[in-house]
Design a protein around this ligand. Structure first.
Ligand code: PHE
Length: 369
């Protein structure tokens, strides 16, 4: 059909009759057909739905139902419609007008409603608060340790919590009668499987698969049949360290590495003490203490009045361990250490009871965010 041209602002001025194609304002013989009426109806309804504001909607109204609009023009044409078709066309025209007027009313209400202007937004309301999580203090310490050793060229190795007796004891030169292998100290599973009592078996796993140089740390969970109290937990974490090279490495390197670690972790004022000790898999062996951060070394309840807190075991890798993993003890040099993660977390954050680390109390944990 021909378009209905309305000049903007020229309401009610119909420039060309739109009742049918080619009509151009002259009434055409035979009037309009039902199909033409339907097409015009569809277009008018689409236009009403598409009007995005009151002014556009009013233009649609003027164009179709205004005094000089299309529907009145069509009404005038009814007389030219053949008598047989007139009832049908009349019904169509009537329905069109009623439908369009109802739609115009509905759209008018819709456009006037506040929702049409977008959702109400009150910028004076307080913002919505989202609780953000944080890494557990044990994880934070592990990350800090890993970062310090990464700068010294150590990479991170991983091993399973369920170990076999060879990796956890035998290859670490632990004699079959050693008390740590006792039922009372170790969680044995079926056969020779157990929950690892230390991270040291990862030393064995790494050395059996890699030739020297080896420079790894391995953080992980360990299990012992300890009765839980303020400083003991049946499961806890260690970070193991292993350095093996074909070039000479001495106890002096071990000491300077751990002293450097202590200062990086605790601050430049920390004291470090090495005490002779025994471990089956290192020779010589030492225990490593950091000066107590609470009393600064003077003696308090946290350090049991000694001024020192035990942090790690360490030593030069025993030649027998090298034999178990297929290294030649005559041509490699190395040291190992294993530190308690909870110990470090407790002195760093002043935590008095190791159990608070495992109770999952948000009031406790949220302090480390
Ligand atoms: N695995 C020892 C322990 O759990 C610590 C250690 C690791 C000692 C490496 C020496 C070398 O006590």
């Amino acid at each position: 059909m021909a378009a209905a041209f309305l000049l903007p602002g020229d309401d009610d001025v119909l420039l060309s009759c739109l009742c049918r194609p080619g009509c151009a304002g002259q009434e055409m013989e035979g009037g309009m057909t039902v199909a033409e009426l339907e097409t015009m109806e569809r277009e008018s309804l689409d236009a009403a739905r598409g009007a995005m504001d009151a002014a556009a909607l009013d233009q649609v109204r003027v164009r179709y139902v205004g005094r000089n609009g299309l529907i009145p023009a069509c009404v005038k044409q009814m007389k030219d419609v053949p008598a047989a078709e007139r009832p049908e066309s009349g019904k169509r025209l009537h329905a069109w007008r009623a439908g369009l007027e109802a739609l115009l009313e509905a759209r008018k209400a819709e456009l006037a409603a506040p929702a049409a202007q977008g959702p109400a937004f009150d910028c004076t309301l307080p913002g919505r608060w989202h609780a953000t999580g944080a890494a557990h203090p044990v994880s934070q310490v592990i990350e800090a340790v890993a970062r310090i050793f990464a700068r010294l060229g150590f990479s991170v190795a991983d091993g399973p919590d369920i170990e076999n007796a060879f990796n956890n004891f035998t290859a670490l030169n632990t004699a079959p009668h050693h008390p740590s292998m006792d039922e009372a100290d170790t969680f044995w599973l079926d056969g020779d499987r157990l929950l690892r009592t230390q991270t040291s078996p990862v030393q064995i796993r790494v050395m059996t698969r890699h030739r020297p140089p080896v420079r790894i740390i391995t953080p992980g969970r360990c299990y012992r049949r300890d009765t839980t109290d303020a400083t003991h937990s049946a499961n806890f974490h260690q970070v193991e360290g292993l350095y093996v090279d074909t070039r000479p490495v001495s106890l002096a390197d071990l000491k300077s590495t751990l002293a450097h670690f202590a200062r990086e972790m605790m601050g430049p004022g920390v004291g470090v003490r090495f005490r002779p000790h025994f471990f089956p898999f290192t020779e010589p062996s030492v225990e490593v203490d950091f000066s107590c951060h609470v009393c600064g070394g003077k003696g308090c309840r946290v350090c049991k009045m000694s001024g020192w807190i035990e942090i790690a075991g360490a030593g030069m890798v025993d030649p027998r361990v090298y034999r178990f993993v297929g290294y030649d003890p005559e041509s490699v040099y190395g040291y190992a250490f294993g530190m308690g993660v909870e110990r470090i977390a407790m002195i760093q954050y002043g935590i008095k009871d190791i159990r608070s680390l495992y109770e999952n109390d948000v009031r406790f944990l949220s302090q480390f965010g």
